[in-house]
Design a protein around this ligand. Structure first.
Ligand code: SAH
Ligand code: SF4
Length: 453
């Protein structure tokens, strides 16, 4: 799509010469951050270090209070820096901007441009307006127009052997603690042809691993009305010749038999699933509006493990949800033991304005939540250690990502189930698949050797 604003901005001599995008939060935001960078590059701005950039774009997250506070501190500092750096511009976007709605300008004083999650493609236009008017521009749209709006504009990614591809945006689940549905809008699935076209382009550019993204990616297809399902999408992406396909995040309620089948049958689809459970207590799961109970979760997991015996399962867990008792928390601990996660992201419940849970009684005191999360982390670490120890001696294929430590001639990569492995070898291995044998297990990574032949 040709956008007049892109050409107009490219032709301007008074635009900021350089930019940096500072992204907080989830992979969806990471992909949006990439798209913003592509858009700005198309306008003739050059990506630079954060310390030198003339335009700073803060791509924010509001899912928990601490993410918000971190972003706000950095935005304030950037606004302060503008005083000593004439011509510098600061923009704020992402979920905090979306949430600020009609009071965007008041929420981010001194910021030049505020835009939401649904109108990223308008950034070149906002830059032109800010340059012309010399005053702040704020524009937050209540609902998305189109799921492929940014994707379509922001094609042509930089080099790299891995790429995120958006399959769905938004979320319809309304978990009672979560602000995502209100800042990301209703769930929209991208037409399969658009996704496949983007994937084809990436694969012909040398990408080895595609990660399909969505807040609830495995409900892909709902609303498209053409029989598309997430399992079919996975098959189709693998069918393009993608060496590896990953996906996140999956909701337990949509872990269908069809998806299990595809994971078992299609070699390119990695044996890893991020399947947030949030709590092990049925009472809390119901208050959270998660639409499954503990038994249902474990039953789905058992089905998956039966079909894909070496599947890696990771999860998200919340402690201190309103009304969570010691007994509820013990249920979470026992679930962690039973489910055998490779890893878990653990969070203390953070009340979010406008969510149902924010009005629920019985929030645990902070010290109780802190004690619970400490115990939960210890329980998961013990479990992770057992999983890792069990992998010693096993064979895998790793996709090498990066140098592990500068000068150490060691690289790190990920095996199929998503665990990092450190290997001897030089940077020439980056972006390559190597057969590995796990030789030892450390705290958070595995160590391997390259298998010959
Ligand atoms: N769509 C994904 C991710 C949502 S946000 C999913 O449903 O799994 C990522 C994680 O943040 C959630 O899984 C949840 O564990 C956590 N989270 C979301 N809102 C939270 C809140 N108000 N307080 C604490 N943790 C929260
Ligand atoms: Fe939030 Fe629940 Fe949607 Fe995940 S599924 S984004 S936790 S509302």
């Amino acid at each position: 799509m040709a956008e007049p604003a892109i050409a107009a901005l490219a032709a301007r001599n008074d635009k900021p010469e350089t930019f940096a995008v500072v992204t907080y939060g989830c992979q969806m935001n990471a992909r949006d951050g990439e798209a913003i960078a592509q858009l700005l590059a198309a306008c003739g701005l050059v990506q630079a270090d954060r310390a030198d950039a003339r335009l700073l774009v803060f791509n924010t997250c509001c899912v928990r209070d601490n993410a918000e506070r971190r972003a706000l501190g950095n935005i304030r500092r950037a606004v302060h820096d503008k005083r000593s750096r004439p011509g510098m511009m600061v923009a704020v976007c992402g979920c905090m901007a979306q949430e600020s709605g009609g009071s965007a300008e008041r929420a981010f004083p001194g910021v030049d441009i505020v835009f939401g999650t649904h109108n990223i493609r308008r950034l070149p236009e906002y830059l032109l307006r800010a340059l012309d008017g010399g005053k702040p521009v704020a524009d937050i749209w209540r609902e998305a127009m189109d799921v492929e709006d940014v994707e379509e504009l922001a094609s042509g990614r930089g080099p790299g052997h891995k790429a995120f591809v958006i399959a769905t945006r938004g979320c319809d689940n309304f978990c009672s603690y979560c602000v995502v549905p209100s800042v990301r809008g209703r769930e929209r699935s991208r037409p399969m042809d658009d996704i496949l076209r983007e994937c084809e382009g990436l694969l012909s550019g040398g990408v080895k691993e595609i990660t399909l993204l969505g807040q609830n990616v495995n409900s892909y297809g709902a609303g498209l009305g053409d029989g598309a399902t997430f399992a079919r999408l996975l098959r189709a992406v693998a069918g393009l010749g993608a060496p590896r396909v990953r996906f996140m995040t999956s909701h337990p309620k949509d872990l269908s038999d069809e998806l299990v089948e595809v994971m078992a049958e299609v070699p390119a689809v990695c044996g890893h699933i991020h399947l947030p459970v949030q709590s092990g207590s049925d009472r809390i799961l119901s208050l959270m509006n998660r639409s499954y109970g503990r038994e249902r979760y474990l039953e789905r997991l058992a089905k998956l493990r039966q079909a894909v015996p070496d599947v890696g399962v990771t999860t998200d867990l919340i402690v201190g949800f309103p009304g969570e008792t010691d007994a509820d928390f013990e249920d979470t601990l026992s679930l962690v033991d039973e489910a055998g996660f490779d890893a878990a992201y653990t969070f203390i419940y953070s009340p979010r304005t406008g969510t149902k849970a924010a009005a629920m009684p019985g929030r645990a005191p902070d010290e109780v939540s802190r004690e619970r999360i400490t115990r939960l982390i210890a329980a998961q670490e013990a479990r992770t250690a057992r999983v890792f120890a069990g992998l010693v001696g096993s064979d895998h294929v790793a996709l090498v990502d990066e140098a592990a430590r500068r000068g150490a001639r060691e690289v790190s990569g990920k095996v199929e189930r998503g665990i990092s492995v450190t290997l001897p070898g030089g940077e020439g291995l980056i972006g390559r698949f190597v057969p590995v044998r796990i030789v030892s297990a450390g705290h958070n990574t595995l160590r391997g050797t390259i298998r010959e032949g």
